[in-house]
Design a protein around this ligand. Structure first.
Ligand code: SF4
Ligand code: SF4
Length: 370
């Protein structure tokens, strides 16, 4: 396992274990398969992973308790635990923090984050006194290092950075979001502020593991031995400010593949970087709709749907997950994707011949699951 110094002599493994996708029983996310999940923790410990990430809400609130138990047999100084304050689940930060220590059965949390800050509640969350409280916990030794994880815009990130001398920040970072979302801008802001970056979703929730055949071919041609996931891991590792790359490992194969990548991987060559960019572009073209917003379709829609905007939302949902466009749920249902009656009047007028009703149906379904 490769390590990188964080600060104060703390050496963190480049690979961190995320505990939000542990093996479960009865298809119930709140029922962790303790035996299988604990074996994954043991495998990671054995392979030198020393960074373990949990949160108040993972696995229906059971992840922290699981992690505390799974790590209890190891010397406390042999691992670092990361946990997070979830404002939406329980705004009372004092109550939540105490509960977390109790669930973990620990008297300190090494790395602590304000969880998943988004534009919609950032002001309310950071203005409620939680930063001052967690700073106090840090002074009292209950928290080692304080940071935040982020799913918001660069504008809000800009507001957050001067608020506190953050020890680290966690962002969604992978080669896909770099080329097609705002990950590059967020990363560069953190690099400029010299704040270590913890990476979540390095494989974009599986999107970069299950590449289309054509996209995967770009990488396989270079090296048929390496797994598709390993390219995504190597890509994030090659960024200077990246400290730890989190992977939510669900089975032994993932652990082994990650361990191999993080033990052996060399920096990417220029050719490899170029191939990855090409693969990202092929993948992007395969899953998104290149609507030009020409509006030829809209006057013909009997339901008056704003088709180009809805297709833009469809693309966002495909790339970043449906939660990114959940604001569509606030609009009258008849004006959203569910308002489409499948008449195909739009398709006949679209110069690109897009099957718009199919995308409306898919988007409506994605929104139902948010
Ligand atoms: S298929 Fe749907 S989006 Fe297209 S014109 Fe008919 S109602 Fe409008
Ligand atoms: S006609 Fe086609 S390309 Fe033009 S806005 Fe409608 S869906 Fe997009």
């Amino acid at each position: 396992m490769r390590y990188k110094e964080f600060k104060d002599g703390v050496q963190l493994s480049r690979l961190g274990m995320g505990t939000m996708r542990l093996p479960i029983l009865d298809n119930d996310n709140a029922k962790i398969d303790y035996e299988k999940a604990a074996k994954l923790v043991d495998d990671c410990m054995e392979q030198g992973v020393n960074y373990y990430d949990t949160a108040y809400i993972y696995h229906g609130g059971k992840s922290e308790e699981f992690l505390g138990k799974a790590l209890a047999k190891y010397p406390r100084e042999s691992f670092y635990v990361t946990d997070k304050y979830n404002f939406q689940a329980e705004p009372d930060y004092r109550k939540q923090f105490k509960e977390q220590l109790s669930r973990l059965n620990m008297d300190r949390i090494d790395f602590y984050l304000l969880h998943s800050i988004q534009d919609s509640f950032a002001d309310e969350m950071i203005g409620n006194g939680c930063i001052e409280y967690f700073d106090q916990m840090k002074k009292e030794g209950r928290i080692g290092y304080l940071g935040f994880s982020f799913h918001g815009s660069p504008e809000v990130m800009k507001k957050l950075l001067p608020l506190y001398p953050w020890d680290f920040v966690q962002i969604q970072l992978n080669y896909y979001d770099w080329y097609f979302e705002d990950a590059k801008e967020l990363y560069e802001m953190l690099a400029e502020a010299k704040i270590p970056v913890m990476v979540m979703e390095p494989a974009h929730g599986g999107l970069l593991v299950n590449l289309t055949e054509d996209a995967a071919k770009e990488l396989k041609e270079l090296n048929s031995e390496n797994s598709i996931a390993s390219w995504a891991m190597r890509w994030v590792m090659s960024l200077d400010s990246v400290q730890v790359v989190l992977s939510g490992m669900s089975d032994e194969n993932q652990v082994n593949d990650n361990v191999k990548t993080f033990a052996e991987a060399d920096p990417l060559t220029t050719e490899e970087q170029e191939r990855i960019e090409k693969a990202a572009k092929i993948q992007h073209a395969a899953i998104t709709i290149p609507c030009t917003a020409c509006n030829y379709c809209t006057p013909n829609c009997p339901k008056g749907l704003d088709i180009p905007t809805l297709l833009k939302c469809y693309n966002e949902a495909k790339i970043g997950g449906a939660w990114r466009v959940r604001h569509l749920k606030d609009m009258p249902e008849e004006k959203g994707p569910a308002g489409c009656i499948g008449c195909k009047a739009c398709t006949r007028h679209c110069p690109q011949g897009f099957e718009i009703p199919r995308y409306m149906e898919e988007l409506a379904k994605m929104l139902e699951e948010v």
